[in-house]
Design a protein. Structure first.
Ligand code: UDP
Length: 240
């Protein structure tokens, strides 16, 4: 515990991280791998809250493009994040990590409702808290949820694992050979340079509440623990 940099974190897990190579749906063996990685962080004594995305199931924007009403499509997306949260809870508990799921949309039979003080208490008692259902409102993202919950529970940092990319680049490194990786950025840099690390609502919220964001490659074993320890394995975004 003494050699970690961040003692309470919000980890943003995109839906993609739970889908594996198939890129869609829920892939239990893949989620088990994620759970084993998280167990290392949990065992280091760090308080871990997780915000799960839902892009492996459904995105509201896609529904809108296909003719649905946006808000209705977004509610479907929020329900997707709850399915992901239950899958992750299952995997974490199977490797011996105690968890609680809290949903922003009440579903009392399967999870607790989101109650800020209760979430903090769970973290203090050594339980991993999984925040599901996004903010509970359409037109937002789970990135914004991560920034919001991080501010609410007073997290030291938001950790954002990316699939196969080891940080923030000036351009897409898979398409542009001249792309340069940034080790440090400010939230304002991200907004001004349109780097699309998170959506702009999430970046502004993180900036206004002085929450650092660490972007790293989620697919390398041991990386979550390294990010928590403050090792420079990706891009750190802080300050305004
Ligand atoms: N969503 C929403 N409000 C929120 C969070 C999420 O409406 O506060 C919906 C939205 O439709 C979004 C979907 O849930 O497309 C899945 O979330 P997101 O796209 O953030 O998932 P990720 O890309 O992280 O997998």
């Amino acid at each position: 515990m003494s050699d970690v940099k961040y003692h309470r974190i919000v980890l943003k897990l995109s839906g993609e991280a739970l889908a594996g190579d198939q890129k869609f749906g829920i892939n239990p063996p893949e989620i088990k791998l994620v759970a084993k990685e998280l167990k290392q962080v949990y065992e280091s004594g760090v308080q871990v809250a997780i915000v799960v995305g839902g892009g492996n199931m459904w995105r509201g924007v896609t529904g809108e493009q296909l003719g649905m009403e946006r808000a209705q499509a977004d509610y479907i997306g929020m329900l997707g994040t709850i399915m992901n949260a239950l899958s992750l809870q299952d995997a974490l508990e199977s490797v011996g990590v105690p968890t609680r799921v809290q949903t922003s949309i009440e579903m009392r039979q399967i999870a607790e409702p989101y109650i800020r003080r209760r979430a903090i208490r769970h973290l203090e008692k050594g339980r991993v808290v999984i925040f599901a259902g996004g903010t509970g409102s359409p037109y937002f993202s789970t990135d914004t949820t991560a920034a919001l919950r991080a501010a609410e529970i007073n997290a030291d940092a938001i950790l954002m694992g990316k699939n196969g990319v080891d940080g923030v680049y000036s351009a897409d490194p898979n398409k542009d050979a001249s792309a340069v990786k940034f080790d440090h950025l400010t939230h304002m840099d991200v907004l001004e340079k349109h780097l699309h690390v998170m959506d702009s609502t999430a970046s502004s919220l993180s900036m206004d509440n002085h929450i650092p964001l660490v972007v790293f490659n989620f697919n390398k074993a041991g990386n979550i623990l390294k990010a928590v320890s403050g090792e420079s394995i990706g891009t750190t975004i802080e300050g305004d």
